[in-house]
Every structure is written in structure tokens, then in C-alpha cells.
Write a protein that binds this ligand. Structure first.
Ligand SMILES: N[C@@H](CCC(=O)N[C@@H](CS)C(=O)NCC(=O)O)C(=O)O
Length: 216
């Protein structure tokens, strides 16, 4: 089979989530790196693929889709041998979807809120309001994880893959020390396929680029 293409970035949490999903289901990808600092995403060729100029983007033999959550769910529905990562059962799927929307719509957006001013160089700190927003998402995830190993169901799902890439990036801005369930879950996520070679590498790079811009 000709491998589907993934446009991705090394430190981009949603890109890592898609790559981990592909690894978990054994899907081999044709990886094309997009370097945001070189403005690859604003070049004409890329804008034709994704006018929203975000990574990741998946090109499945001519079918092009952006947004990690849309990509991951499509990928599992189309290519996975079973529905473990994204259950077909409506109620189980609804819970995974809720976590995915929280990961993308809340955690990742708050992460961007803290990150963008640093990247633009308009500040070298993270405002107390932004830190509070990030901490609020720790509280919520910590509560969901009460008495559970994984975020949705008895085994790991796309919810864990998406959330771990987002929240472990957030930890550069705010410590998780007060959230024991979150700490345990983050340790459990280190067992996920692709964690050491994809997530950990991306997280390290993300932490480096933020640390360089934060006031010492
Ligand atoms: N909701 C999207 C967010 C994608 C996103 O914002 N990616 C960032 C990198 S982590 C990006 O491409 N930024 C460049 C831009 O917005 O121009 C997803 O989950 O894929």
C-alpha cells in the first residue's frame, strides 16, 4: 500500500498525537516535516493543502483532512483492526469525544494562549490568569482520573493519546505536583506506543523552546 502522508511538526502536540495513533494501529506514514519557524506552513504549496495553515494534516490518497482529532478518529475508523482506541459503542464513543474536545478546545487552546505571546516576543512571562486557566484544566483531569487508570474506559483510547501530548507540554508553564492522579496517569501514558520516540521527543523540544523564551 502507498503510505498516507502526514504533514507534522516535531514539537507540535497535535502532530505527535496523530503519529502515536498511527503507531498504535500499525499504520505506516509518509512523514513530511513542516517547520513553523521557517514558515513552511505559510508557503503557497502548503496553503493550497491547508488554508488554515496548521499542522498536522493527513493526506489519505487524495483525501485531505486537518485537525488532529478529526485525523485520529478517521484513521482509527478506517485503518485499525479493532475499535479499542475509538469504540463504536455510542456511549463509549461519546465519552472519548468529550475528552477529545476538552483536549483540543480547552487544554490546547489554553496552551496556545500561554505560548503565543512568548513566541511573538511580546513577553517573557506567563500571566497569572493564563497560569490559573492551565491549572483549572489540571483540576478537571485530576478529578476525571479519580479511581481510573485511563481517561475514558478500562484501556487507553484516543482520549489519552491526545490529552497526554497537550498536557505534558503545559507542564513547562505550571507544575503538576499538587495533582497525584494526573502524575500517575502521566506515568501510565509512558507505556503508550510511540511515547518514547514521538511524544517524549516532542515534549522535550517544546519545553526547550519555551524555556529559552521564559525569564530566568
Ligand atoms: N486543533 C488543531 C490545532 C492545530 C494547531 O494549531 N497547530 C499549530 C502547531 S501545534 C500550528 O499549526 N500553528 C501554526 C498556525 O496556526 O499558523 C489540531 O488539533 O490539529
Amino acid at each position: 500500500m502507498v503510505r498516507p502522508i502526514l504533514y507534522f511538526g516535531i514539537w507540535s502536540p497535535p502532530s505527535s498525537a496523530v503519529r502515536m495513533t498511527a503507531k498504535a494501529i500499525g499504520l505506516d506514514l509518509n512523514l513530511r516535516e513542516i517547520d513553523l519557524f521557517k514558515k513552511d506552513h505559510l508557503k503557497d504549496d502548503y496553503l493550497k493543502i491547508n488554508p488554515q495553515h496548521t499542522i498536522p494534516v493527513f493526506n489519505d490518497h487524495g483525501f485531505v483532512i486537518s485537525d488532529s482529532h478529526a485525523i485520529m478518529t478517521y484513521m482509527v475508523d478506517k485503518y485499525a483492526e479493532n475499535d479499542n482506541l475509538y469504540p463504536k459503542d455510542l456511549k463509549k464513543r461519546a465519552i472519548v469525544n468529550q475528552r477529545l474536545h476538552y483536549s483540543g478546545g480547552v487544554i490546547f487552546c489554553r496552551l496556545l494562549g500561554a505560548l503565543q505571546p512568548l513566541l511573538r516576543g511580546t513577553t517573557k512571562t506567563v500571566s497569572p490568569a493564563s497560569q490559573q486557566f492551565l491549572e483549572d484544566s489540571y483540576k478537571y483531569i485530576n478529578t476525571i482520573l479519580d479511581g481510573r487508570k485511563w481517561l475514558a474506559g478500562d484501556s487507553y483510547t484516543l482520549a489519552d493519546i491526545s490529552t497526554i501530548t497537550a498536557i505534558s507540554s503545559v507542564t513547562v508553564f505550571k507544575s503538576i505536583n499538587d495533582y497525584p492522579n494526573l502524575i500517575n496517569w502521566m506515568k501510565n501514558c509512558q507505556e503508550l506506543p510511540g511515547y518514547p520516540d514521538i511524544a517524549a521527543v516532542g515534549i522535550k523540544e517544546f519545553h526547550n523552546l519555551v524555556s529559552q523564551r521564559l525569564e530566568k
